[in-house]
Design a protein. Structure first.
Length: 141
């Protein structure tokens, strides 16, 4: 699927509910836009930016950890940008503060329907201090 382009700058006030940290906003120049949901004018906003790679423009995406409100937006961004790997560099909780809402299904075989896609958890393994989780995304429509 081809990712939608941004047709307007970041609407700061209207998107505050979609941002984990109000003082960290996506730059308009490299902002990731997602498709709008019917009846929600601001649903194309996710606090994420494209990052150029060595040889390719927009090769990576950097995003804040999703909140309970933005987990669906997060999966929609992954689906629309054909993302095949996620690197999470924070814990869900640090020093008693929530840093990221758990966005992945917890049980093997569990399916989490999202608008546009379903994520099915295929299990996990450990590599040193890291956890590697396997998922399958498919169109649920």
């Amino acid at each position: 699927m081809r990712a939608p382009s941004c047709s307007r700058p970041t609407p700061a006030i209207a998107t505050l509910a979609r941002i984990r940290y109000a003082n960290i906003l996506a730059y308009d120049y490299t902002r990731v836009c997602i498709s709008k949901l019917p009846g929600d004018y601001y649903s194309d906003y996710i606090n994420a930016n494209y990052i150029d790679g060595y040889a390719n423009k927009r090769q990576y995406i950097a995003a804040q950890g999703p909140t309970p409100l933005t987990v669906g937006d997060f999966w929609r961004m992954l689906w629309e940008n054909d993302v095949n790997s996620i690197v999470m560099v924070t814990n869900l909780e640090e020093k008693g503060r929530i840093k990221c809402h758990r966005y992945w299904p917890a049980e093997t075989g569990e399916v989490r329907p999202r608008p546009l896609s379903c994520a099915a958890y295929g299990g996990s393994s450990r590599l040193f201090c890291d956890v590697i989780r396997q998922y399958r995304m498919e169109n649920c429509r």
